[in-house]
Each structure stands twice: as C-alpha cells, then as structure tokens.
Write a protein that binds this ligand. Structure first.
Ligand code: GLU
Length: 316
C-alpha cells in the first residue's frame, strides 16, 4: 500500500506574501492535490525580530484568497502550527545530537567569520574554519564566562546526494562545500535547518516542494534526518522568480506583494493565470481557475529554470 502524499506550506511570516511565495505555494498545492494528498500549513516564525502573528494571519488570508487551502495547521485546520511554539521539540532533538558528541559551542562573531576570509559555501554563508572546535576545555570555559555561544554541529567528510524531482542530481561534500553549521544561535533561536527537519518528520511530510534557493540546504537536512532516524521526503525545488537585474523577487518589489496585487483589483484567477504561465503550465497569460489548473498539471510541464519577470514601474 502506498503512503498518501503529505506536503506543506512553510511560509515565514516576516512580511506580506509576494508573488514569488505565491508561486511556490501554488506549485506545492498542485503537486499535492494532483496526487490526492494533504497539506500542512506551518508558520516558520523562528526569528521573533522579523516575524509576527499579524503577518501570519495575513499570509493565511492571501493563501485563501487565491484558493490555496490546506488540511492541517492553520486557522482552518485545528491547532495552528507556529515554530515559535515548538522550541521544546527542537531542544529535545538538539539534545539527541549532543548526546552523539556532534555539537560544540562556537563563540565567533559574524564579523570574525567574515574577517577570517573563509571561502563561501554554496548558499553564501562563510565556510566555518573550525576555530572553536579546536578550543581547549579551559579556553572554552573562559569564553563561556563572557559570552553565550552558538551551537554548531561537526560535519563529516562525506558526499551527500539527492535526486531532486525537478533539478535532478545534486551533491555536496558536507565538509568542503558546507562546513560545520549552526543549530542554535547565540541568542537561543533554533536554526532553520534543525527546525525544518524536526517539523517535516513529526508532521509526516513526505513531499517537499519549495524554492530552488533551498536546494543547497537539502544535503544538510538529509544528513540530519539520517542522524535522527527520520525518513527522507521527496524533494522538488521549483524555479525562482527574478527581477530583470537577476535579484530574487522580494518584498522590495512592492507591486508584487499580494496587498498591492489585490488593491489593483486583480481577480484570484488572473493572478493564478499569471503564476501558471510563469510556471509553464499554460501557454498564454489568462485567467484560470484552480480546478482548470489541476486538469492540466503535469510534472514534465513545470519549468526548471528561474524566471525573469518584468517588475515594471515597481522599480521606480
Ligand atoms: N520558511 C522558508 C521560506 O519561507 C521555507 C522553508 C522550506 O520550505 O523548507 O523561505
């Protein structure tokens, strides 16, 4: 018997949803619904400085305006899932990794890391040179008296590969492409890499559809899943929407946030049509409904390459 598909929306409620987020959510919805699966909504609000419940409410409202519904985890699905409510769980799994002897405290500041001139890993973060891994116990205690450390996990010299459903084979050597990475920041906030692995596993997520910018996080997540004894979901990394100058479409492109789009009088079907055209699902940009899109959705139609969109007057 095959296991039903469970996918997820995992937005970070740090601002109004923009068309780039809506694009990933639409594709998630189509992947899952076309397989008769269920969708979990989880607000990834780990960073209290940037995220709020009000923004989470607006995100849900924008998803529902587009017709992108879910089955569990938001105002329409029983208990709402906020990562900020799940720190005890992350602490438990962090402790499991600590008991394996894999964690060490890191006292380096961001400035020190950049000054070290370390080569950059694939996602732009500096490759950690291992400074704090080599501290003697006495030196560690001295530093701990002055400053609360972050916690890093020591990665092995190992190549981790996956076959992404859209991007094909992707491999990284954890030691040379990624380096020891942070699982809890010095201010106590758990890292995305840990939270996402714990939540996907505990929420039964077996299909992850998300932006291509996260492909380079996936080997780290696969490795953490293996350490913690979790199953690996199937991954589909969808293209990003880019501004003409090559930047990823972001909240800076004001015309592209759902607030502005809705205020312009556009219908949900017009927005879906635009997203579906960008995704390669329809040949012309025209209004389309979700049931119509479900009818034409096929994996081999989904574009693999990033999409440059005309940001027009939004650039000022
Ligand atoms: N919360 C992340 C974001 O909004 C997505 C994380 C994921 O899909 O794994 O970019």
């Amino acid at each position: 018997m095959s296991i039903p598909v469970t996918g997820r929306f995992a937005p970070s409620p740090s601002g109004r949803m923009h068309l780039g987020n809506a694009f990933s959510c639409l594709l998630t919805w189509l992947f899952v619904r076309s397989a008769g699966g269920r969708i979990v909504l989880r607000h990834e609000d780990l960073d209290p400085q940037r995220c709020s419940r009000e923004k989470a409410d607006l995100l849900e409202e924008d998803l529902l305006w587009l017709g992108l519904d879910w089955d569990e985890g938001g105002s329409r699905g029983g208990e709402r899932y906020y990562q900020s409510n799940r720190f005890d769980l992350y602490a438990h799994y962090l402790n499991c990794l600590d008991e394996m002897g894999l964690l060490y405290p890191c006292f380096c500041s961001r400035g020190e890391l950049h000054a070290a001139g370390a080569p950059h890993a694939s996602d732009g973060t500096p490759l950690y040179p291992g400074t704090c891994k080599r501290l003697s116990p006495a030196r560690r205690a001295e530093k701990a008296a002055l400053r609360r450390p972050a916690l890093r996990i020591a990665v092995p010299e190992r190549v981790i590969s996956l076959t992404d459903g859209l991007q094909g084979v992707y491999s990284e050597n954890l030691a040379t492409d990624c380096g020891d990475f942070i699982l809890r920041r010095s201010d106590g906030v758990f890292a995305y890499q840990l939270a996402v692995v714990v939540d996907d596993a505990l929420m039964g997520v077996n299909q992850v559809v998300r932006g291509r910018d996260l492909l380079s996080s996936t080997p780290r997540q696969l490795w953490l899943q293996a350490l913690l004894g979790f199953d690996h979901p199937a991954y589909y990394h969808v293209p990003l929407l880019l501004a003409p100058d090559g930047r990823r479409l972001s909240k800076r492109d004001g015309d592209f946030d759902l607030g502005a789009v809705r205020a312009s009088g556009a219908s949900p079907e017009a927005v879906l049509g635009r997203l579906a055209f960008w995704a390669g699902l329809i040949d012309r940009e025209e209004a389309v409904s979700l049931p119509e899109l479900l009818g034409v959705f096929r994996l081999d139609r989904v574009r693999r390459e990033d999409i440059v969109v005309d940001t027009g007057s939004g650039q000022g």
